[in-house]
Design a protein around this ligand. Structure first.
Ligand code: ADP
Ligand code: MG
Length: 226
């Protein structure tokens, strides 16, 4: 259940011309492994995640999610595939201020039509997996930045995704808390068998990832083990 991008090119309108955000990018991420994508701001990292998440359709190339080629799928089919197979962790947690940590997760179960009890059980298990058992009833303002990011990660795992896409999860955290989040992500990736892409500008704590790829001006160089 891997993630495979082959020869993906993405351009955005840019005045009278087009800006190439992804330039013939290929990337294969096996299940249970983490690939870190590093590179300067504006190099195309978030665009790569958006394409892998099927949120943006590339100009050309293929995106295959857990064996399903997304080329030519309808919008409805793409949305269904994303809901079933893709977990996304954005830079900012985007938690709902009025909901507890457990409720943030239960909303996802509710949206995908599971039973209330199954949603509650799964939320409790995932909060335990990210080290937040004692914080399940806290609202976002009662959690630290690192704890909010853990809720964010647990929420992305509610649909048991095959592919986990994470955009700069440590940018608002200090070094130690950032390192703990990266460790948690690589561990969850192995335990749950997700194909994980982790975008980070921080080269500091990447010793736990399986592969490091570098994005420069829309081109991806794989791998550059440091
Ligand atoms: P990164 O995440 O590495 O900072 P992005 O993928 O956000 O890079 O951006 C890559 C390039 O594409 C940048 O030049 C950026 O300005 C441009 N870009 C990103 N999103 C859009 C958009 N929606 N419309 C036009 N240009 C965009
Ligand atoms: Mg970005």
């Amino acid at each position: 259940m891997s993630l495979d991008l082959s020869d993906v090119t993405l351009t955005y309108p840019d005045g009278d011309t087009r800006l190439t955000a992804l330039d013939h990018v290929s990337l294969s991420v096996p299940a249970g492994t983490t690939t870190a994508v590093i590179g300067p701001s504006g190099s195309g990292k978030s665009s790569l995640l958006a394409v892998a998440a099927t949120l943006i359709t590339p100009d050309s190339g293929r995106v295959v999610i857990a064996g399903t080629d997304t080329t030519g799928l309808s919008r409805r089919q793409t949305t269904a595939l994303r809901r079933a197979k893709v977990g996304i962790v954005f830079q900012q947690p985007n938690l709902i201020a009025s909901l507890t940590a457990a409720e943030q997760l239960q909303v996802i179960a509710h949206l995908s039509g599971g039973s209330r009890r199954a949603g509650r059980d799964r939320a409790a298990r995932l909060l335990a997996a990210v080290g937040l058992t004692g914080q399940a009833d806290r609202r976002p303002h009662q959690l630290s930045g690192g704890q909010r990011q853990r809720v964010n990660i647990a929420r992305a795992l509610m649909n048991d995704p095959a592919v986990l896409l994470v955009d700069e999860p440590t940018s608002a955290l200090d070094h130690e808390r950032g390192a703990a989040i990266i460790d948690l992500l690589t561990e969850l990736t192995r335990q749950r068998g997700t194909a994980t892409v982790l975008v980070t500008h921080d080269r500091g704590h990447l010793d736990r990832v399986d592969k490091i790829a570098e994005m420069v001006d829309g081109r991806l160089r794989v791998p550059t083990r440091t």
